[in-house]
Design a protein around this ligand. Structure first.
Ligand code: SF4
Length: 335
């Protein structure tokens, strides 16, 4: 579904992130290189109810960590996460339980994310059991209903994950995520481990289910073409920070941040893990341990100026609501 709200809190906002940080303390000999790996480094972002917000960036840029930090699967180091008006970082374990039902995740690897000792019925119904929802017969009905919704046959209910293909396993993962009738699903590279021929089936399934169940997705991926297909808005992440955010049509037609521009200039290469050649992306993604000062992108940026290594640009809003973190567009800094 289209949604042109490009930021700012509103009644439609389901998730709000303010200054979200996830740092990992470095231990052992690497400690001398710097104290922390800054996987998520001050993210401000809204997710609008009913939209798919694509989150794209190279492996290691922090996008999966950001998704997991929203759910508190990784406890944030600082900042705020608000879900439907509730500051969830201030909640205790018991207070989080009802909210956990409303926020689910689909993992990247359908092979390792399913318990090999559980049947399909047990995997999909586990959340219902843990949350004490329904009696045994009602839970079984719900599991059968969900299996039908994701395209699994009734006879699959007593089978084990190893008896299924990758695409079918991801369907099991989708049904598990849907069991508790969530509002938000973090889709963490949900098709990256699948054959290309299967990817489209799973993407189309996710889109159909979104319409039917009024779901909100944060869709994390390194694949620009997949993100373009499924998203309403797209956020581009680089070394722990959002560097660009816009409606998907606007972003793909007018990529503004030099990093986004380079990624998209490499068409038909649609995978940000494949180094683009046309405009040239210099070097490898630096490690988030000791990220470059100022604009993190400056060592690789063809437009870098002197101040880019000294000051950190803010994520500024352009006239059309397009947000960019770059001194080519605004002198605003966060320093
Ligand atoms: Fe490039 Fe400077 Fe913009 Fe960073 S702030 S993307 S280094 S021009």
């Amino acid at each position: 579904m289209a949604n042109n709200n490009l930021g700012g809190s509103s009644p439609e906002t389901l998730v709000e992130l303010h200054g979200l940080r996830k740092y990992y303390e470095v231990k052992g000999s690497l400690k001398r290189a710097g104290g922390f790996v800054k996987a998520v480094d001050g993210v401000d972002l809204d997710i609008i109810r009913g939209e798919t917000l694509g989150l794209v960036g190279e492996s290691g840029c922090g996008k999966s960590t950001l998704g997991r930090a929203i759910l508190r699967l990784e406890e944030p180091t600082a900042g705020a996460v608000t879900f439907d008006g509730t500051d969830i970082l201030g909640l205790g374990r018991k207070e989080m339980i009802p909210l956990r039902a409303r926020m689910q995740i689909i993992f990247q690897d359908p092979y390792s994310s399913l318990n090999p000792r559980q049947t399909v019925g047990q995997i999909i119904g586990e959340g219902l059991l843990i949350h004490g929802m329904g009696n045994k017969a009602e839970r079984l009905d719900r599991v059968r209903y969900l299996m039908d919704k994701v395209g699994l046959r009734p006879g699959h209910i007593r089978r084990y994950p190893h008896e299924f293909s990758g695409g079918q396993r991801q369907r099991i993962g989708v049904a598990r995520a849907l069991a508790l009738q969530p509002e938000l699903i973090i889709c963490d590279e949900p098709v990256s481990a699948l054959d290309v021929s299967i990817q489209a089936q799973v993407i189309n399934l996710l889109m159909d289910l979104q319409d039917e169940f009024n779901l909100t997705y944060l869709f994390v991926s390194h694949d620009l073409s997949v993100v373009k297909h499924i998203s309403d808005r797209v956020a581009v992440m680089y070394l722990g920070r959002i560097v660009e955010l816009a409606d998907k049509h606007e972003l793909y037609a007018n990529p503004s941040h030099p990093y986004t521009r380079i990624l998209l200039s490499a068409a038909p290469v649609a995978d940000v893990n494949v180094t683009p050649a046309r405009e040239g992306l210099k070097g490898e993604l630096p490690t988030p341990l000791n990220s470059p000062a100022g604009c993190h992108f400056h060592p690789r940026c063809p437009d870098a100026m002197e101040k880019c290594s000294q000051k950190t640009p803010a994520l500024s809003t352009l006239e059309n609501g397009h947000k960019v973190r770059c001194f080519l567009y605004s002198d605003e800094t966060i320093d």
